[in-house]
Design a protein around this ligand. Structure first.
Ligand SMILES: CCCCC/C=C\C/C=C\CCC/C=C/C(=O)SCCNC(=O)CCNC(=O)[C@H](O)C(C)(C)COP(=O)(O)OP(=O)(O)OC[C@H]1O[C@@H](n2cnc3c(N)ncnc32)[C@H](O)[C@@H]1OP(=O)(O)O
Length: 281
């Protein structure tokens, strides 16, 4: 994919710094040359639905951030009210056989890259973050959320099931009992509720403030040996990463089997219709 590289002056939380900015159609990576922190922004209108292309872009951008020796990664969205609406349901509803395989594989790749990233990661959750959006946020090490939005794994409400590795990310943030109950209920938490339960670490009034708080979190590692920190993180997360790595073919087949069940297709169709009706009103 063609990528345009440009140097620009952009305002950031602590002042206007020259940033190295790499843009693809669906994500932007901006590295603040003062802090060395990369901001990875999702930009797929209307709702940052995670389709095949966005997932591939995300993985590519994470690899680029790992490769350019950034001191940390902040994940956010260009949409002022939606961090990510989760998986693009159109990829799973009446799917094309080859594409849906590529789609799920790209999701596995993106999760492995983000959850297993060697750099410190934080999510500036500047909008709603259901299901796959929550997966991305909980794959990061720190979360700062803007008020009056919602976050959670709502899969059961759609008649689908969050795979084990979605649960792993959730469990790395929430106590087991809370995670189990929320998963079974398909519960979406408001910002205040998410803060109270520990699903997010901090609230912020504006996106700039959220980015600043994420940068402060990443700054807490400034005096820590980066190799020791990265190896510690990798060891800490190794069990979940290795589980998916070793079972990814079975995970794909399980997904395909599940998603192709007539009852699941029917449920997705009804859900899509309800979303479209809501959008029209
Ligand atoms: C037993 C063993 C089992 C093993 C398990 C194995 C496999 C399991 C199988 C599957 C697992 C899949 C896991 C799935 C994860 C997901 O992420 S599913 C997606 C869940 N997401 C949602 O439920 C969010 C739905 N969207 C919303 O709630 C809202 O849209 C919003 C994000 C809050 C934004 O609201 P608003 O700003 O009001 O925007 P609109 O609702 O008007 O939406 C604008 C248009 O966008 C379309 N849209 C919204 N979300 C999605 C989506 N996720 N996918 C596709 N399209 C979406 C919406 O229809 C509107 O479209 P139109 O403008 O009408 O065309």
């Amino acid at each position: 994919m063609m990528r345009s590289k440009l140097l620009s002056l952009v305002p950031c939380a602590t002042g206007p710094f020259r940033t190295m900015s790499t843009t693809t159609k669906l994500t932007t990576v901006e590295v603040n040359d003062k802090t060395g922190i990369a901001t990875l922004t999702m930009n797929r209108p209307p709702v940052n639905g995670l389709n095949l292309d966005l997932l591939r872009d995300l993985r590519q951008s994470i690899a680029e951030i790992e490769g350019n020796k950034s001191r940390g990664l902040i994940l956010t969205s260009s949409n002022p009210t939606i961090f990510s609406a989760g998986l693009d349901i159109m990829e799973m509803y009446k799917p094309d056989k080859e594409r849906v395989r590529a789609f799920w594989t790209a999701l596995q790749d993106a999760w492995l890259a983000l959850y297993g990233s060697s750099v410190p990661t934080a999510a500036a959750i500047n909008g709603h973050s259901p299901a796959g959006g929550c997966l991305l946020a909980t794959s990061c090490e720190y979360r700062v959320m803007l008020p009056k939005f919602t976050i959670g794994l709502n899969e059961t409400k759609l008649g689908i099931v969050a795979p084990m590795w979605f649960m792993s990310s959730f469990l790395s943030v929430l106590p087991r009992r809370e995670a189990e109950r929320a998963l079974n209920q398909g519960r979406m938490f408001t910002t205040d509720e998410a803060l109270q339960i520990g699903l997010v670490d901090e609230a912020a009034g504006t996106k700039e403030e959220a980015l600043e708080k994420c940068a402060q979190f990443i700054g807490t590692f400034a005096k820590v040996n980066p190799i020791a920190r990265a190896l510690t993180k990798q060891q800490f997360r190794a069990a979940e990463l290795e589980q998916l790595e070793s079972e990814r073919a079975q995970d794909l087949e399980k997904f395909l089997f599940f998603i192709n069940q007539p009852a699941v297709q029917k449920g997705l169709g009804i859900y899509l219709e309800s979303l479209k009706k809501k959008a029209k009103n």
